[in-house]
Design a protein around this ligand. Sequence first.
Ligand code: F0G
Length: 361
Amino acid sequence: DDFAGRGVWRYAAALPFAEGVSLPEGDTQFHRVPRLEDEVGVESLRVKHEGMNPTGSFKDRGMTVGVRTAQALGVGRLACASTGNTSAALAAYGARAGLETLVLLPAGKVAAGKVAQASLHGARILEVDGNFDTCLDIVQDLAERGEAYLLNSLNPFRLEGQKTIGLEILEAHRADYGEYPDRIVLPVGNAGNTAALYKCFRELVQAGAMDRDEVPKLTGVQAAGAAPMVEAVEEGNDETRRWDHVETVATAIRIGNPVNAPKALPGIRETGGTAVAVEDDAITQAQRDLAGEGIGVEPASAASLAGLRKLRERGDVSADERVVCLTTGHLLKDPDAAAAAGADPEPVPGDTAGVLEHLGS
Ligand code: F0G
């Protein structure tokens, strides 16, 4: 493997294999955003941009390990249900491994860039008449019948790879500030990433590499139209109620039955974190604001900043906190959302005089 020891695989000691099917993934940007830091009003704010992975989302970190596992097991067909990013990652890593891939997508609810990726990387795409949760029900049935190997975040090997987000954040944050962050804010859909980060922290504490009181507060953000995790946190439950009707501009997290809730809810509670729901217009504004710092993200990713803002305004996050926001997917994943949030192109004549006149100069 050309990429052994790089990115995710730098942490092979914490992973079930020494190397994986790698493009390579991980080692993503850890941006300083001083203007947003001032505006939100926290001691420090960093943005970990997971949209910079090879297929444009954090799913690559899970898939490099997940597809390696599939190889080791010698399975035939790989499958997932997806709001888009998992399908793009599975298609690319499956192609790299030379394995057949099948993806189930909720018809009409997946952003254009993600479908294009799954398609060109050669996945067989089933457009399901139903939402993501229906797709996941079906693919779990297929896996139980031995029709395919499941590569959703229910697969624990996926979460092993995603632990490395936590390792990179902790390492970089301590190098810059001499301490770990107080809080990590992330968008939540199926709650796989939340569960992965919690496992990362638990393992470090168990290994004696981090004190219990140094563990960052895991803070989940959902869209108001798809917020069963927020409901569970507010009610103090360890499981979620299934939402049958979900809607949000952040299609990546348009999920009503977060299957990793039993692993993630204790993580939010035990770390002293919380969960918050944000409206679509706050998500879009946060997407514009991150873009204004040169950081291009898809709507679901911007939910992290929108959630931080809301918690800071409420006083649930204090001014002396060092915070990291996770942005999970790239702007180009959802070109339609980006175009709708941004400025409209201005038609002008095809000559300099006409352009100058239009500019008013
Ligand atoms: N952000 C983005 C961009 C995502 O694609 C997802 C999940 C999440 C956040 C939420 O992560 O599920 O670990 O809580 N996307 C999945 C998919 C569901 O199919 O691509 P989570």
